[in-house]
Design a protein around this ligand. Sequence first.
Ligand code: SAH
Length: 396
Amino acid sequence: MSFTKIILKPQKEESLLRFHPWVFSGAIQKIVGTPQEGDCVEVYTCKNEFCAMGHYQIGSIAVRVFSFEQITPTYEFWRDRIAEAYQVRIALGLAENEHNNTYRLVHGEGDSLPGLIIDVYGETAVLQAHSVGMHYLREDLAKAVVEVMNGAVKNVFYKSESTLPFKANVNAQDGYLIGECDNECIAKENGLLFHVDWLRGQKTGFFVDQRENRSLLEHYAKGRSVLNMFCYTGGFSFYAMRGGAKLVHSVDSSAKAIELTNQNVELNFPNDPRHKAFATDAFKFLDDVKNDEYDLIILDPPAFAKHRDVLRNALQGYKKLNARAFEKIKHGGILFTFSCSQAVNKEQFRLAVFSAAAMSGRNVRILHQLTQPADHPINIYHPEGEYLKGLVLYVE
Ligand code: SAH
């Protein structure tokens, strides 16, 4: 098999020699041939030494590297990568666990599969391509998941309409690639049940990345009045209820999310009067909260910064939101505060929260520093893979 050759400018191979899996368009001296977006290409130094193989893309990241060796990317190659990822999830105790059938099987660069996300919900895997290269491989990838999981997954749903590059002219219709889940899907996380709507829901249907942080919250919930802001389908709320919260209020601006939250609470705690959900804007809701009404608040907003150029505004957004929580939370209250913006790093987020705390003048202790769970691994050579940050604070 022969592939288009991408020749780098002098010294631009340095990051590849340190196994960083991206080639930026500015590093390219010459392209020998005319690759189409999604094609496999080979990357060479200006001295014609082989560096890496990857999928070609139009845009600032020109190549997403999947191998630093010269290989033939056959079905078996992709299957073995997925098999390795599955072994990791078994080692983590997430796969093949009767209390939990929800986890991320493949996390892009973190699993050496740039541009690919696969989340598992019981017998259904939801496959999401973030690159055209992975889009073209979708049939093989779906087949490989079913083969690797040896019967544990029977259906594969493809959901990439909104994640593929906007200008890529591909027909990425969402739908089943293998099987079909005709019943409504109810998945399980740490023994709690929830509906997943991968067709209409956000991401692949659920925020799988908050599993461990929700578990931690459960331990703090006993006897507390909990406010779960940006609740989506209510993940933190039902953990708080299992943890013995006195009351739980869930807030999200999406009416559909609130409907799902109510259904999920009903699924786990039928007719439980402790829970109430509100479809409204978070900032507006906080304005009307009385001081001391809540002693456990969760702030898990959407990514305020999707790009570095809006970083300043994003940091202001985190500061404003957290300031509101510091102003309102009861003495001895606990605040779980998060940022899932990849463009905001740990220090910047902490500084925004610090500024918000200082505005309130209250004494604040950092109890925990949270991050993404182990089924969202970070490739050590790709620090950009770290995106979820959280702080658990005790507010005097
Ligand atoms: N905590 C959730 C995930 C949150 S995702 C979980 O554990 O599953 C962010 C959520 O914020 C989305 O559901 C989105 O609908 C909601 N959202 C976005 N802007 C909002 C706003 N201004 N006020 C309230 N909710 C908002």
